[in-house]
Design a protein around this ligand. Structure first.
Ligand SMILES: C[S@@+](CC[C@H](N)C(=O)[O-])C[C@H]1O[C@@H](n2cnc3c(N)ncnc32)[C@H](O)[C@@H]1O
Length: 233
């Protein structure tokens, strides 16, 4: 599960000085507003249950919490000091009454929230993860999305599949096959959800300033697993 965020430790002073804002990529207000604007366009309403995967210090979270009804926001992150910073942002924004639920967890154990979700988002998270960890995230997500529920995730895209060439992302970083920041060919996501009740759709450009593309995993209303049932009556 290791990545640069696993061992990041912010002190209380770091948090007071606002260092947690740059640690999740900066552009605090721009990227916060953009996430909420996008999710509203995709149908997010105040009464929906939202899961923010890799929520960090709540760059998007603060905007989501303001918009959603009480108790509707859940955020999970691998890093405890970013979650502490998120709690400080909630206090500062007078949003404690909205009762957001935050969880530090390194195995995507979304079930610990004890609810099913209408929407989920992982903004700038898959960009830091190898494929096996992304698959764990998707396996856990399948179990907590309501039928028809949608999980949006951003990723750095490569159009060339079978090459180890780094990609110079327009307006963004150089991305890699096998190190953070990772890029992926779209087809890998189709492969990762094979035999699941999730379906992939490509949204692509959503105005991300560093050229991260958007995909959506939708939980099917009814799922007939495509598995061999030989021997069963
Ligand atoms: C670039 S930040 C984005 C944070 C937030 N989504 C946002 O838009 O501000 C990446 C986040 O992913 C989190 N992360 C990385 N690996 C993770 C994992 N395996 N499980 C949960 N969160 C993870 C990091 O701790 C960090 O908060």
């Amino acid at each position: 599960m290791w990545n640069q965020y696993y061992n990041l430790k912010l002190t209380d002073l770091d948090i007071q000085k606002g260092h947690h804002r740059s640690k999740v990529g900066g552009m605090w207000d721009e990227m916060g507003k953009k996430q909420l604007g996008f999710m509203k366009e995709m149908g997010l309403k105040p009464q929906h249950e939202l899961l923010d995967v890799g929520c960090g210090s709540l760059r998007g979270g603060i905007y989501f919490i303001k918009f959603l009804n009480e108790g509707k926001y859940c955020g999970l992150d691998i890093n405890s000091s970013l979650i502490r910073a998120g709690q400080a942002e909630i206090k500062q924004g007078n949003l404690t009454g909205k009762k957001p639920m935050l969880l530090v967890n390194d195995h995507f154990q979304f079930k610990l929230f004890n609810k099913m979700f209408d929407y989920a988002i992982a903004q700038s998270v898959f960009t830091h993860l190898p494929t096996n960890v992304i698959q764990r995230c998707l396996i856990s997500m399948e179990k907590v999305l309501k039928p028809g529920g949608k999980f949006f995730a951003t990723f750095f895209e490569t159009k060339d599949n079978f090459t180890d060439n780094p990609v110079n992302q327009p307006g963004g970083p150089i991305t890699y096959l096998d190190k953070d920041p990772y890029h992926y060919h779209l087809s890998i996501f189709e492969y990762l959800i094979k035999d699941s009740s999730l379906r992939l759709s490509y949204i692509g450009d959503w105005g991300h300033p560093r050229n991260q593309k958007m995909i959506c995993f939708t939980k099917m209303e009814q799922h007939a697993p495509n598995r061999d049932i030989k021997g069963e009556i």
